[in-house]
Design a protein around this ligand. Structure first.
Ligand code: UDP
Length: 245
């Protein structure tokens, strides 16, 4: 068995024979509230791997550079080796989660423009929200890279919002991570899945019934697996029909 390079909360990274390529193994483990809450979501690894692979592949066709290479097994993804920029980039279209807690905005309020926020990726510090001056002082990326991240992030938001709309799902907010490859190219990395997005079923008006993402786990709403499965089914269905759009 090859020794792992890194184990995170939801994924394990392994080296491959090619120094430029890593193998990601998606776990069923789920954590929330900075890992204070832990559990397992049956089948989550395969579902998140399938959704992420499909979305990365589709985003590539739209000119977004990602770390995705292929999916050799249901819960495994081969990716380009990147140095992750330790910033969690959050985009919000609708107020929810920490935005509501910190500002008092009501959950569900449609924001006047997509809000792009940067959080420091550091569990010990609790992933604090960064101001733009803090971002500059920390120098985690060059000002040009930050501008590029903002630009690409807004493009991704446009594409994904339209895409989920076709799935009859509202893309409320989501988190992205970026990395730099050996040639310093900026690539979208990590995953795009119900673990990292807030997704509301358009067909449901009830504030609990509409939740199709990790908030089901965070808020103990039950039926987590089936919600993730429904997201997977709708995403794959839409990808298969993209020729008709
Ligand atoms: N998010 C994530 N990882 C994190 C923090 C947030 O994937 O470490 C996602 C989360 O699932 C949601 C969005 O980013 O889709 C915004 O999360 P928020 O800041 O509201 O934090 P939360 O209250 O969910 O912890």
């Amino acid at each position: 068995m090859v020794e792992k390079l890194y184990e995170g909360k939801a994924k394990i990274l392994y080296p491959t024979n090619d120094a430029e390529i890593l193998l990601t193994y998606f776990k069923d483990d789920a954590t929330a509230f900075n890992a204070q809450k832990r559990g397992q979501i049956q089948g989550k690894g395969e579902i998140n791997c399938a959704i992420s692979a499909a979305l990365f592949e589709w985003l590539e066709t739209l000119g977004i550079s990602t770390h995705y290479v292929d999916r050799p097994a249901p819960n495994q993804m081969r990716v380009r080796a990147v140095k992750i920029i330790p910033i969690e980039v959050v985009v919000r279209n609708i107020a929810a989660g920490s935005l509501c807690k910190q500002t008092g905005l009501p959950e569900g309020k449609i924001l006047p423009f997509p809000l792009v926020e940067f959080y420091l990726k550091n569990d010990e510090l609790g992933d604090p929200l960064l101001t733009s001056d803090r971002l500059t002082i920390l120098a985690l990326a060059t000002p040009e890279q930050i501008e590029q991240i903002k630009f690409v992030t807004l493009k991704i938001n446009q594409h994904l919002s339209e895409f989920f709309d076709r799935c009859d799902i509202t893309l409320v907010d989501f988190k992205l991570e970026f990395g730099l490859d050996s040639q310093q190219r900026l690539l979208l990395a990590d995953e795009i899945s119900p673990d990292t997005c807030r997704l509301w079923d358009k067909a449901e008006s009830d504030i609990n019934a509409r939740v199709m993402d990790k908030d089901r786990f965070r808020r103990d709403l039950g039926e987590i697996e089936s919600a993730y499965q429904r997201v997977q089914q709708r995403v794959l269905e839409q990808i298969a029909r993209k020729g008709e759009w």
